[in-house]
Design a protein around this ligand. Structure first.
Ligand code: NAD
Length: 459
């Protein structure tokens, strides 16, 4: 069947299932969430094997960053489902007296989730959890760039959840385009901002609301007033320990002062040698680059003429294995491609400034990042950073870990995206909050009805 016919048929089936009311009861929602929990537990080995095939992802990372986060999202949703679904009473207004008022959450309908390759299990299932908790029918389109995980999801989901209401359609640009042409009640897209614009233009045709989870250049500011060893370990864990830098919230570049840079560099080198050994290309603890397109893109960033002599550590690569070693660059020019584009890989430029406060203007001169990090013990500097730097999220003295807190919204601002999810925010992303006003028959105000005579208004 052609992509358009597949997309239209899947959407129609989901629409019929949603219209039947099947997805609305709490019991259905909870059963699906429990199904996903069972899938994550029973299929752990298969999921890790698919992630290894797609990205050579180390098993610890697969478990900690993908499977366990899916599990905790499911549990959080299960624990809060009843509370989330309850209408919330609000005060009745004077003008509508006598009446009661409430805000009633209702599912949006049939939603489309389009996900990315870098965390191909987590980024596919996590939004689906929110969509199910909110009582929607869902179509998931996993990323074709992670084909093993995509086909595993297509195989597993029908075995663990209600396939009349939760479907997977696999494919690349043609299949995604065919899906985007259909009318959905929400589109949840994770990926780059160029495609984000395409998604939004399709959505505009049907006035479909969107959540766009995009990327950008996440800065890490390192002040001299830090515990340097802890700081460098946490920077390394958020960069190379997250899919070898292929993560949307990975540190993209560091800003520090000229005077502190040598110490920071020295500490980073020591930590990297300890983590990945003298020959990092052979380390089992580093993911590979996802494919040759991205490998060549990253090589081109390193090889640019004005950048290649700025490499101060690493730089090795192996095209056969699609591996690139952790690489540090000192003071790459701000107009080089590596400082203008999102890196999304193991290269980490360090930019030096005279005074740490100059970092604010530098960050704000670029597009708004998905995450911004500051390492410092100086609480005044932290307050100033929080007030003056715009970012989807912010972490002090660590990197990336904010996404594990279900009480925090996860999403971008400006170029890094719109809308948010995780925890309650996932439920909200797929819910319409319906205003409900309930009046009784007594309590007529004569002035409301024509003829509008002065006597009625008493003016
Ligand atoms: P990708 O190549 O997997 O693309 C994402 C999805 O878009 C896929 O399902 C793909 O099929 C679809 N797609 C690609 N081209 C398309 C087109 N022309 N028309 C319609 N659909 C199309 O992933 P990617 O974009 O390379 O992902 C990396 C980017 O995503 C980075 O910018 C990263 O920062 C961002 N990201 C953001 C988050 C987040 O949560 N905010 C998470 C992961 C990645």
């Amino acid at each position: 069947m052609e992509a358009v016919a597949v997309a239209a048929e899947a959407r129609e089936r989901l629409r019929a299932s949603f219209a039947s009311g099947r997805t609305r009861p709490a019991a259905w929602r909870a059963a699906q969430l429990r199904g996903l929990l069972r899938m994550a537990a029973e299929m752990e080995a298969e999921i890790c094997a698919a992630l290894r095939a797609d990205l050579a992802k180390p098993r610890t990372e697969s478990y900690v960053h993908e499977i366990s986060l899916v599990t905790s999202s499911c549990k959080f949703a299960l624990n809060n489902l009843k509370k989330w679904m309850e209408p919330k009473k609000v005060p009745g207004g004077l003008l509508t007296f006598p009446s009661t008022a409430r805000v009633t959450p209702e599912p949006l309908g049939v939603v489309l989730v389009v996900s990315a390759w870098n965390y191909p299990f987590l980024l596919a299932i996590d939004p689906v959890i929110g969509a199910i908790a909110a009582g929607n029918a869902v179509l998931l389109k996993p990323s074709e760039i992670a084909p093993a995980t995509s086909s595993l999801l297509a195989d597993l989901l029908p075995r663990y959840v209600d396939s009349s209401c939760i479907k997977v359609v696999e494919g690349g640009v043609a299949e995604t385009t065919a899906l985007l042409e259909q009318k959905w009640d929400k589109i949840f897209y994770t990926g780059n901002s160029k495609v984000g614009r395409i998604v939004m233009s399709f959505a505009a045709k049907h006035l479909t609301p969107v959540v766009l989870e995009l990327g950008g250049k996440c800065p890490v500011v390192v002040d001299s007033n830090v515990d340097l060893h802890v700081a460098t370990k946490r920077i390394a864990a958020g960069k190379w320990g997250c899919n070898n830098g292929q993560a949307c919230i990975s540190p993209d570049y560091i800003i520090t002062t000229k005077s502190f840079a040598p110490k920071l560099l020295d500490s980073l080198k020591k930590v990297l040698n300890k983590f990945y050994g003298k020959d990092p290309l052979r380390s089992e603890d580093l993911s590979r680059i996802v494919n040759s397109n991205h490998f060549n893109r990253l090589k081109a960033l390193m090889d640019e003429e004005m950048v290649s002599d700025k490499i101060v550590f690493g730089g090795q690569s192996d095209e056969q294995q699609l591996k690139i070693a952790p690489t540090l660059l000192l003071d790459a020019p701000l107009d080089s491609a590596i400082m203008k584009e999102e890196i999304f890989g193991p290269l980490l430029p360090i930019i030096t400034v005279d005074k740490i406060h100059e970092s604010f203007a530098l960050i704000n001169s670029m597009t708004k990042p998905l995450a911004a990090y500051l390492f410092s013990k100086d609480s005044k500097l932290k307050r100033q950073f929080e007030r003056n730097v715009s970012a989807g999220g912010m972490v002090f003295n660590d990197t990336g870990i904010h996404l594990t807190n279900q009480n925090l919204p996860f999403g971008g601002v400006g170029e890094s995206g719109m809308g948010a999810y995780h925890g309650t925010f996932s439920f909200d992303a797929f819910t319409h909050r319906k205003a409900v006003l309930d009046r009784s028959f007594p309590g007529e105000a004569k002035a409301r009805y024509p003829p509008y005579t002065r006597g009625k208004l008493k003016i």
